[in-house]
Design a binder for this molecule. Structure first.
Ligand code: SF4
Length: 755
């Protein structure tokens, strides 16, 4: 599981000169975010500084992290690249597929049986291609990354939105789709729109019941779920330096809830202590030597409004504990106002379940603070009045807190320890409920609380708070309980006032673990095979897509003219389909089933031009494919917005759609289509959308002289024998045109590896 110290030393060796060059280019002091980004450019420094929220920039990340659900398609694609091993250090973490039902041991065993073929595939593909593999039960991706791989000044991408957690160790860590992860593992650069920068100045010091979680709950209330879009949040100030490293991780983790690209903190003593406490003293020593480059320039923080696009200031000394929700993480309530809000809004005051832990809040500090509340309660003869669960973030934390007696404390209070996995946080929760129609409340120390997220029940009001506040409210069984002011009553009728929680940042006896759950890859995996059963309905090896024929595309059938919003969810639905995310053929049966057909306003109901019948979109497309007929999808504005799910581009490609023609694209989806060797085109004149008829056969001409900046021509052959000729634009650069010609970017990579 060893981190790559030589790689990190190399980053630090080059950092001073790269930062200096970037500072010279900018002609001003730099934020930490700018230092790290400029130090990770894939190409030479540009002639002038990048424009925030305008420039698209290619970067070279240091690491790739993948969770088990998203890793499947990323790695199936990577296998197509033809490389003997990954180009950058990468890891896979089995955490998302474990359902919480009874308790850690039984639940893990059930998951191992149920997901065996997926785990076997991920273990074997990791072993072959030099990827570190963290088995089911080893822990949640972001906690494991923080404990083992994150390092100050690094750049990481991960196939999960809470990859941003690693900002707690001063790393720029960003959640991406599987296609991006595949590219980086295959040795390509990774593109990001240069972000806007939001500075968060923290003054004062936390005390009493208030914790790091309350800082991000407060920030979420200020910025709302959209306020961080295309922005990186950089935390600074004396308050920032006073927070534990894992507390910083919690804050960065939940930055995903405000839509932030990522968040990060400057390198400081707390990070150094955490690195040393997690057996990475050599990184701390190396980082200490370049500390001035692992923090933003002093002038930036002294005159922050000059260098950040927006600055928020929070005084930690006056910050109250917060509870956010229900149904959205930005509905922020200081605890002194929360009980009244519960009553006024008619939210169910009875707290049915309190859940602590997850990748957001299961550090040693979190567990010890929550356990200090639990211990006082049991000493005073109290037990939990709600169901209460604890999800450790990693086996290392679990083993250590068990050794130190804290799990025992929770169990005495009436708590149940769940597997070291996502479980209820991602809806993998067989909740014990006698009536799913009853309005009910739960409180978690997780990060997301959108409707149905935890238990699939729209009647569940989910709130988010720190582990210690969650523990206190679970003891009361009452959302209106305020541990700062209120009393509990024990079985003897005595009044009990909980004292402020006490936490320990790092274990006094050090961390310990017997089996961390790590499998190192083979030194040379060239002769190893990857385990995929040919009869599996969850996994399927990919075949390379075929290259362009070298001629114009004639006689393409219109598959669907989509009307209005068509997100990647409309193109490739989630929900029950997710179990097929490693099986392209099976998941393609959801292709465009959410899109509205312009001609009849129905979803998943389009005309099969060969039979005249109205049938489901995938069925019609499979008919065209079987007969060797290409097709075209037409769409409206911002086609493909939403998640960066690569399936939305792979499915049409797999089923034989040749082009997607829209009024405008969401950029990530447009790029994904290009990577798969598709034609992503836009109407030169948006009104031409109206010329597309239901029975059109369409010719795309100009492909033999396909060139950057030169429009293509479409001939719309209508059923009545008439036709229209229209111009369509594209944004292909020369390299992307080569992708189209080769049948996809991976075909080019593979060809280059062979030569
Ligand atoms: S614990 Fe929750 S937020 Fe964290 S990785 Fe798992 S599902 Fe995502």
């Amino acid at each position: 599981m060893a981190f790559d110290i030589e790689m990190i030393k190399e980053v630090y060796k080059n950092l001073p000169s790269k930062v200096e060059a970037a500072r010279k280019l900018a002609g001003r002091p730099l934020t930490l975010t700018e230092k790290i980004l400029y130090a990770h450019l894939a190409e030479a420094l540009p002639a002038k500084p990048f424009e925030r929220q305008k420039s698209y920039v290619d970067f070279k990340p240091d690491r790739v992290a993948m969770q088990d659900a998203t890793a499947q398609m990323a790695l199936l694609q990577f296998m197509q690249a033809g490389r003997p091993k990954v180009a950058v250090p990468s890891t896979v973490h089995c955490d998302h597929l474990i359902q919480a039902k009874v308790g850690a041991v039984e639940d893990l065993k059930t998951a191992e049986d149920k997901n065996k073929e997926v785990y076997d595939f991920l273990a074997s593909v990791s072993n072959k291609y030099g990827i570190g593999f963290w088995k089911p039960g080893a822990g949640i991706i972001h906690q494991v990354i923080l404990e083992n791989y994150a390092f100050p000044g690094g750049l990481m991408i991960g196939t999960d939105s809470h990859t941003v957690n690693a900002g707690g160790l001063g790393m720029i860590a960003i959640g991406v789709g599987g296609a991006d992860a595949c590219d980086v593992m295959a040795g390509l650069a990774w593109e990001l729109k240069f972000p806007k920068l939001i500075g968060v100045k923290l003054t004062g010091k936390l005390s009493g019941w208030t914790s790091s979680k309350d800082i991000i709950l407060k920030v979420a209330g200020i910025l709302t779920v959209k306020g961080g879009t295309n922005a990186i949040l950089e935390y600074f100030g004396t308050g920032a330096d006073s927070l534990s490293c894992t507390g910083k991780g919690t804050i960065c983790n939940m930055g995903a809830e405000i839509g932030a690209t990522t968040s990060l903190f400057c390198y400081d003593n707390k990070m150094s202590d955490y690195l040393k406490g997690t057996s990475r003293t050599d990184i701390a020593v190396a980082a200490d030597k370049v500390i001035e480059h692992l923090r933003g320039d002093k002038e930036v923080y002294e005159s922050s409004s000059k260098y950040f696009d927006e600055v928020i200031e929070i005084d930690l000394s006056t910050l109250e504990p917060h509870i956010n929700g229900p149904f959205t993480p930005d509905l922020a309530w200081p605890i002194s106002k929360f009980a009244a809000a519960v009553k006024e809004n008619g939210w169910p005051a009875k707290l049915e379940v309190g859940l602590i832990g997850s990748c957001t809040n299961s550090s040693y500090e979190d567990i010890t603070r929550a356990a200090s509340v639990a211990k006082q309660a049991t000493d005073a003869g109290l037990k939990t009045n709600s169901e209460f669960t604890i999800t450790p973030g990693s086996e290392m934390v679990r083993f250590t807190v068990e050794r130190d007696g804290y799990l025992d404390t929770f169990e005495k209070m009436g708590g149940v320890v769940l597997a070291n996995a996502c479980g209820p946080c991602i809806g993998q929760w067989a909740r014990h409920s006698n009536d799913p129609n009853r309005k009910n409340s739960i409180l978690t120390s997780y990060n997301r609380n959108f409707a149905k997220r935890n238990d699939g029940n729209p009647n569940t009001h989910a709130f988010v708070a720190s582990p210690e506040i969650t523990t206190a409210l679970a003891l009361a069984g009452d959302l209106t309980f305020n541990p700062l002011t209120d009393f509990l009553t024990n079985a003897k009728g005595e009044k009990v006032k909980l004292k402020e929680p006490q936490g320990i940042e790092l274990p006094i006896k050090g961390f310990a673990v017997e089996d961390a759950g790590y499998q190192a890859p083979a030194a040379d995996g060239r002769n190893l095979t990857v385990n995929v059963s040919p009869t599996s309905d969850r996994l399927q090896l990919l075949d390379p897509f075929s290259a362009w024929e070298g001629i114009d595309l004639k006689g393409l059938k219109l598959l669907i003219k989509a009307k209005g919003k068509c997100t990647t969810d409309h193109i490739s639905m989630a929900g029950p389909w997710l179990k097929y995310r490693g099986h392209l053929d099976n998941i393609s049966n959801n292709m465009l089933i959410g899109a509205v057909n312009f001609f009849n306003e129905k979803t998943d109901n389009v005309k099969n031009q060969l039979t005249g019948a109205y049938e489901s979109v995938p069925k019609v497309q499979r008919d065209y494919k079987a007969k060797g007929i290409g097709s075209i999808v037409v769409g409206d504005e911002n086609y493909g917005e939403g998640s960066s799910r690569e399936h939305a581009a792979m499915e049409p490609r797999f089923l034989g759609v040749r082009a997607v023609l829209v009024k405008s694209f969401a950029r990530i989806h447009e790029t994904n289509l290009k990577k798969q060797g598709m034609l992503a085109l836009t109407f030169a004149n948006k009104a031409d959308y109206d010329k597309i008829m239901e029975d059109d056969s369409i010719d795309i001409t100009g492909l033999t002289s396909f060139a950057p900046g030169t429009p293509l021509t479409l001939v719309l052959n209508h059923a009545d024998g008439s036709n229209d000729t229209i111009k369509v634009n594209h944004t292909y650069n020369q390299q992307q045109i080569e992708w189209f010609k080769a049948g996809g970017a991976l075909n080019i990579i593979r060809a280059n590896v062979k030569t």
